[in-house]
Design a protein around this ligand. Sequence first.
Ligand SMILES: [Zn+2]
Length: 250
Amino acid sequence: MKVKVISILEDNYMYLVIEERGKQAVAVDPAVPHRLLEIVRREGLSLVAVLTTHHHWDHARGNEPLRKELPALKVYGGDDRIEGLTDKVTHNQKLKVTLRLRHFNGDTMFIGGCGRFFEGSANQMHHNLTQVLGTLPPETKVFCGHECTIKNMKFAVLVEPENIKAKEMLSWARARDDDDKPTVPSTLKDEFDYNPYLRLSEEAVQKFTKKEDPVEVLEVLRKEMDKFKKPKERLPPHAMLALEWGLLRP
Ligand SMILES: [Zn+2]
């Protein structure tokens, strides 16, 4: 089995999981469907299923156009809000496409980081990270939905300045970026070495957050990270307004 990593949109990944003998493929979060289909055709594959990690547009918006092209396509996901869903799945469900769905919730773990608590509390995130993802075999590969490793690792080094693995990971991620290469996949074992969200009981992490209870540590970490990675402003507000009125071309 081979996984093709395809960067799309600003920092998203879609994946094509290819079973080479049967030339079958499963797409994960194919939010730029025409590019996916190009690859599927070029490689002579048949696309049998789509796995959608969550309903946000940057992960799910390709499902309907793909189903138009391929009416027999199965679209799996764990949430009714997912556009184009054909088959709702649950945790640990096994698919016929030889993939076992261990965790089916997107933007939970990133390399060196974790997702925002958009639709869940710190408690839930803690459960997902430690009880669900954290208990998978250590060699499990982490293919996350966004490329945000450099930012995450800068923050990780701030949290744990003495963590050599974190510093190494940061410089490796920068080198990959210089070469225009993705940092996915990592392994769960790697993540335990440098991802502060999986290191909630480490002394340095507790010191940084001034908390001891793991859920509280997690909550403070995430808040600090939000301050740390302020969204970039692409245009001043008046220019955004002009865009809306159609006065400027993007
Ligand atoms: Zn996302």
